[in-house]
Design a protein around this ligand. Structure first.
Ligand SMILES: [Zn+2]
Length: 437
């Protein structure tokens, strides 16, 4: 394995000193899934050359069996041989380019799915691997890995799932197939113990990362920024501007004693457990941030916005207590709003018993609808937004307010009845009839 890019440039990579920029270039293949056309390899050569010039490394996500069109019949693993892949032709210009820059140490080849086919049902979060059977995932990963490894002449250790979508079965299959790294996004998926190191995508806009790097306070040493790019970022009207931004970013990193542009396998090889703890801490922090963002609190909470990066575990840990407290306080406040609102409605809006009961039933129905909606969102593979959690808390508060009031009402009624039957009859119509003459 060649030396990490930063090491080659005379700046040895030090986890205690460096921050890491990882640039992903997804969808490397002679056919483009979203454009339905075959394209030349000139753009890729230009990009690879740019990275070589700055002694930087580029993570290239390779699609072994790309499809032009999502509607072409599905490939079965049993009937698919390695020869069916463009990677098995050593004279293919795309294969030659890949081999050349992998050999130079500029490119780290990653497996980017099998066909890049959207296998999730319509309406669900797009993905090729997520929620597919473990048998299929294992077979697809093994086939893709073998084809890519034989094309580049070295083992494949990195997996970049199409649409960043994966699940725990993906992690288990990757571990048994010798993969070390996966680069998805911050979608909350737990990596099972002892499987894989997760390094998520942090940004997808070259210019914004460059701006952030220049203007923001540097993140702590060991922080990682994964910038995902695609061929379409360097085509069309914005092509030249984006290439210039990329060059400026690489020049900035090359000149910086703090930053290094590396591949995933150049990252510090800490234990799987350490990487797993970091991933879990990041998920909790990002989940809290998402909840608070929706409540309009996060932007004032995070004064120096270092959330663009994947920070070291300690960074997340040191912030977990205040963020958890803020989430807890937001939930309690939302509950109180619902509770006080339902009480106020019952007392001042609907003075009759029927009216107040209607408020309670409406709150309970709202709660059921919101919870069922949340379950449906999760079933489709999406994250439930903070605003929905807040609405659920408000509905819980309103329903509780109604139930407590109702119980108290029943108890008071009961006490009243008990008092009525205990006290001697005093009303005139209950008095024994006096016989008078
Ligand atoms: Zn892709």
């Amino acid at each position: 394995m060649p030396l990490p890019a930063a090491a080659a440039s005379g700046h040895p990579v030090e986890p205690t000193r460096h921050r890491f920029l990882i640039v992903r270039y997804d969808d490397y293949s002679p056919v483009v899934p979203y454009r339905r056309v075959s394209v030349g390899v000139e753009l890729e050569r230009r990009i690879f050359e740019l990275f070589r010039r700055y002694d930087a490394r580029l993570v290239v996500g390779v699609i072994p069996f790309p499809i032009h069109d999502q509607t072409v019949p599905r490939r079965t693993l049993v009937s698919t041989s390695a020869d069916a892949s463009w990677l098995s032709d050593p004279n293919d210009p795309w294969v030659r380019l890949l081999r050349e820059y992998v050999g130079l140490g500029t490119v780290e080849a990653a497996l980017h799915g099998l066909e890049h086919r959207r296998r999730s049902p319509a309406g669900h979060r797009p993905g090729e691997f997520r929620w597919q059977s473990p048998q299929w995932q294992h077979g697809a990963l093994r086939l893709g890995r073998d084809v890519l490894a034989s094309a580049i002449g070295r083992p494949v250790r990195v997996f970049v799932p199409p649409w960043n979508a994966w699940d725990d079965a993906t992690a288990r299959c990757l571990a048994t197939l010798g993969f070390d790294w996966i680069s998805p996004d911050f979608h909350p998926i737990d990596a099972p113990i002892g499987t894989i190191r997760v390094v998520p995508q942090c940004a997808s806009d070259v210019e914004s990362v460059f701006e952030w790097m220049r203007s923001a306070k540097p993140p702590p040493p060991g922080a990682i920024v994964v910038l995902t790019t695609h061929p379409f970022d360097f085509e069309g009207d914005q092509a030249e501007a984006n290439l210039r931004s990329l060059e400026a970013l690489l020049a900035h990193v090359a000149a910086s004693p703090e930053w290094a542009c590396v591949g995933l396998s150049d990252l510090p090889r800490r234990s799987l457990e350490e990487w797993r703890r970091r991933w879990r801490a990041a998920l909790i922090w990002h989940g809290s941030r998402r909840l608070l963002d929706d409540a309009g609190i996060a932007s004032s909470f995070v004064r120096d916005d270092r959330a663009t990066c994947y920070a070291p575990e300690e960074w997340y840990r040191s912030r977990q207590i205040p963020w958890r407290l803020a989430v807890g306080a937001t939930a309690i406040l939302s509950l109180l709003v619902g509770w006080v609102g339902s009480r106020a409605m019952a007392r001042y809006g609907f003075r009759t018993r029927g009216g107040s009961r209607m408020v309670g039933y409406l709150a309970a129905i709202g709660l059921v609808v919101l919870v069922l909606g949340a379950a449906e969102i999760a079933r489709h593979g999406y994250v439930i937004r903070g605003v929905r959690w807040q609405a659920i808390c408000v509905a819980v508060g309103a329903t509780l307010g109604f139930l407590i009031r109702r119980r108290r009402g029943v108890r008071e009624e009961h006490d009243k009845d008990a008092r009525r039957w205990r006290t001697p009859p005093s009303t005139p119509d209950m008095r024994p009839i006096a016989h008078s003459r």
